[in-house]
Design a protein around this ligand. Structure first.
Ligand SMILES: NC(=O)c1ccc[n+]([C@@H]2O[C@H](COP(=O)([O-])OP(=O)(O)OC[C@H]3O[C@@H](n4cnc5c(N)ncnc54)[C@H](OP(=O)(O)O)[C@@H]3O)[C@@H](O)[C@H]2O)c1
Length: 328
């Protein structure tokens, strides 16, 4: 293997295209191949994004010896199947969020990566933004005192076409797994632990999946996270972290913001950060760095972060009685 990671992409949908665009600005990375369920889509994607090979069928890409890492960009319910197939073929894997539909699947994937001696990371792109990393650093250094409250919302009026991924239970549809995961992951980063108590209310659509929900999570210290997610309406995607000595506001959209506003003693300080592409290049570069260093996981999105977030989402779905087909 050279320093340059030869990437393969599974799936040709929305996020696969955005990732392929960002691979062009990622260091030590090239798009070697794309695979689709249809030859036509694979060839169109390869033509648009400059992939050397276009495969009809994901298995063919997984078996290609000239690929180092695979980016899994299929619907949530396919993540486990696609990741296990790539690992079994000796590939390192960057898998879209949510890494799986529940904690049991997540554990199976992590163990498979360990057994195969391969790198695995959930593509939680938010964690790579300097705005988020600076926020973590300020909290760690006690700059806003003891964090007592987090407020974060992710609500947008989605195109809820019948049969689409977001409404289909068979594809792991619903707001929680698709977008609620961002405020939940932020809460995990801010508090560094899973909540002790969760109270949640959800509104389901005709297909039974959650269209929106409100979540209140309390930690053993009494600190609180008040979160929401909705596919039915739009709100600013802001996050506010409030401590005993100040606040950090991450403006909309908090999961890919380029600024944060730190308020202390009645004074606001705005910190601004640069980016090269959309923001997905960072997870590609981190995957490459970890692979070159022989690491199985990244400290930016460690396996324990994926585990904790999936456990929290399992707990919330348990409260709602929302199970996906085939789940125990
Ligand atoms: N990180 C982010 O910012 C971000 C943003 C959006 C989505 N995501 C995540 O990325 C994943 C894909 O989301 P997306 O918005 O890109 O979805 P999408 O536009 O619907 O694309 C999904 C692709 O998966 C493939 N696929 C395989 N089996 C499928 C099936 N049974 N039904 C439908 N498609 C199937 C299809 O590609 P082929 O037909 O070519 O095989 C399809 O184009 C989700 O897990 C989502 O949560 C992440």
């Amino acid at each position: 293997m050279t320093d340059r990671i030869r990437w393969g992409i599974l799936g040709t949908g929305n996020i696969a295209g955005q990732f392929a665009r960002d691979l062009k600005v990622a260091r030590h990375a090239e798009l070697a191949a794309v695979a689709s369920r249809s030859r036509e889509n694979a060839e169109a994607f390869a033509g648009e994004h400059g992939a050397r090979n276009a495969y009809a069928g994901y298995e063919t890409l997984a078996a290609d010896p000239d690929i180092d890492a695979v980016y899994v960009a299929t619907p949530h319910v396919c993540h486990k199947r696609d990741t296990l197939m790539c690992l079994a073929n000796g590939k390192h894997v960057l898998c879209e969020k949510p890494i799986a539909i529940n904690a049991a699947e997540t554990e199976e994937m992590i163990q498979a990566a360990r057994s195969a001696d391969r790198f695995l990371m959930e593509a939680m792109w938010m964690c790579f933004f300097p705005s988020i990393q600076k926020t973590q650093e300020l909290i760690r250094n006690g700059e806003i005192g003891d964090v007592r409250m987090l407020r974060a919302d992710f609500a947008f009026q989605a195109n809820l076409e019948p049969g689409g991924r977001l409404l289909d239970p068979a594809l792991g549809g619903g707001a929680l797994l698709d977008i609620g995961i961002y405020p939940i992951a932020l809460a995990q980063l801010v508090f560094g632990k899973t909540p002790q108590t969760i109270t949640s209310l959800m509104h389901a659509g005709e297909t039974g999946v959650d269209l929106q929900s409100g979540l209140v999570m309390q930690y053993d210290t009494g600190a609180c996270a008040v979160l929401s997610c909705s596919l039915e309406t739009s709100m600013p995607h802001e996050a506010i972290i409030a401590g005993t000595n100040g606040t950090i506001r991450i403006p909309s959209e908090f999961y890919h913001a380029d600024t944060i506003i730190v308020s202390r003693n009645g004074e606001d300080t705005t910190l601004s950060f640069d980016r090269r592409g959309i923001g997905y290049y960072r997870e590609a570069e981190e995957t490459g760095r970890c692979i070159r260093e022989g690491k199985h996981e990244s400290q930016v999105v460690p396996h324990n972060l994926s585990r904790a977030v999936m456990h929290t989402m399992d707990h919330i779905r348990g409260q709602w009685g929302l199970r996906y087909p085939g789940e125990a």
